[in-house]
Design a protein around this ligand. Sequence first.
Ligand SMILES: Cc1cc2nc3c(=O)[nH]c(=O)nc-3n(C[C@H](O)[C@H](O)[C@H](O)COP(=O)(O)OP(=O)(O)OC[C@H]3O[C@@H](n4cnc5c(N)ncnc54)[C@H](O)[C@@H]3O)c2cc1C
Length: 267
Amino acid sequence: MLLREVEYARPASVQDAVRLLAEHDGARALAGGQTLINVMKARAASPDMLIDLNGLEDLKGIDLGPDGTVSIGAMATYTELMESAEARARPILGEVCAQIADVQVRNRGTIGGNVCSNDPTNHLPPLMVALGATMHIVGGDGERAVPAEEFFLGVYMTAAGPGELLTKITVPPGKSDGFASVAIGRDGTCIVNAAASVNGGARIAIGCVDAVPVLLYTDSPEDDAVRSAVRGASLDPPSDVHASADYRRHLAEVVAARAVVQAKAKR
Ligand SMILES: Cc1cc2nc3c(=O)[nH]c(=O)nc-3n(C[C@H](O)[C@H](O)[C@H](O)COP(=O)(O)OP(=O)(O)OC[C@H]3O[C@@H](n4cnc5c(N)ncnc54)[C@H](O)[C@@H]3O)c2cc1C
């Protein structure tokens, strides 16, 4: 289906992009377009103006700080994260990006677009929460940093509000991480996913079971403790053609345990 007519702007700076977003109620940021253009074609969204972020060098690049913090520009693509030597400091980043969809989506899709769309089935929201990432947002009132567990507010809603942009994500050092999912076919949409980071206990984020990733902690990374923490979370996942709520609840336990096993193997 063809797009309806839409205004288009290619700002030269982050400040210009933020100004355009604030000035036009119906404006939306355009990153890789792998979600936004599809929902526009389906008429599920119809912004009046697209603010193309693709020319903004300040939103690109992946850096490694002296303390091991990985700093990822919002416009870094999944392929860039898979190929970046700097991102390899936290190997799970590239490993999970390699599981997203297909080559075309990985070449165009960006980390910023993935977390800002906050589709509950996406791979990166639970990963960012489990890793304890920090989201950096700029708007008319300046810049602020938001912990990943406070960034995701609801289906398609995040702390980056109207007139604001996510500029970068910082991921603290670490390597004992895991990610497991049950998907609709190979490289398909997740039915349930979980990311885990082990540092003594386990920090686990489960996706696809609620509007936002569900964050759990366990003092012990042993299987019994992990499964009991998931059961204790009283998850209330959706039921649909792919899985009943009960089956999703069961899968949540399974993928959380698998993610923690992977994370422990990397200690
Ligand atoms: C066939 C197919 C299969 C897919 N399968 C998966 C999958 O299995 N797992 C998965 O995780 N994803 C999947 N996706 C989604 C894909 O990863 C998208 O790339 C991603 O969700 C959005 O990233 P984008 O860069 O394309 O953003 P866009 O589509 O350009 O933007 C998405 C939204 O985020 C906003 N936005 C973008 N950047 C910013 C920013 N810096 N600041 C504020 N707002 C911003 C936009 O305004 C828009 O509302 C799939 C997509 C396709 C087409």
